[in-house]
Design a protein around this ligand. Structure first.
Ligand code: UDP
Ligand code: MG
Length: 134
């Protein structure tokens, strides 16, 4: 076990639906600490960089416009094995596969509008924390 930091982002649908408190409560109840947080409006260049791994997908333009549709809450979350642990707490990417009891399983309304982002590896967590918190 190791203390890790991961980049978590509450997406525009989470903010619009008034679910920030609900999602943060789940993160804190698990024992993770929020060590920094900021509301942001993301621009296209940063989203193209953040979602570069999906640039060739047909839904790429939709992700970019969805992520620009309102403010997001970016956070640095710290805890034991926080990178994998947060991915488990979040639930699967695919709407229909996200288990009940996970954040996406309980709240996501589609695969694209899925409430929350979390880094998928320790390496990407470092890159994403730098991207959004400098
Ligand atoms: N996404 C989508 N359709 C898909 C796959 C992904 O709209 O078939 C969106 C969704 O918002 C997802 C984001 O693109 O959270 C990033 O995809 P990734 O594969 O990195 O999933 P994640 O790491 O968010 O679980
Ligand atoms: Mg991802």
């Amino acid at each position: 076990m190791a203390t890790e930091r991961t980049y978590i982002m509450l997406k525009p649908d989470c903010v619009k639906r008034g679910l920030i408190g609900e999602v943060i409560a789940r993160i804190e109840r698990k024992g993770y600490r929020i060590i920094d947080a900021k509301m942001m409006r993301l621009n296209e260049p940063v989203l193209r960089e953040h979602y570069a791994h999906l640039a060739d997908k047909p839904f790429f333009p939709d992700i970019v416009s969805y992520m620009m549709s309102g403010p997001v809450l970016g956070m640095i979350v710290e805890g034991e094995n926080a990178v994998l642990g947060m991915r488990i707490l979040m639930g699967a990417t695919k709407f229909e596969e996200a288990a009940a009891g996970t954040i996406r399983g309980d709240f996501a309304s589609s695969t694209s509008e899925n409430i929350i982002h979390g880094s998928d590896s320790a390496e990407n967590a470092e890159i994403e924390i730098k991207r959004f918190f400098g």
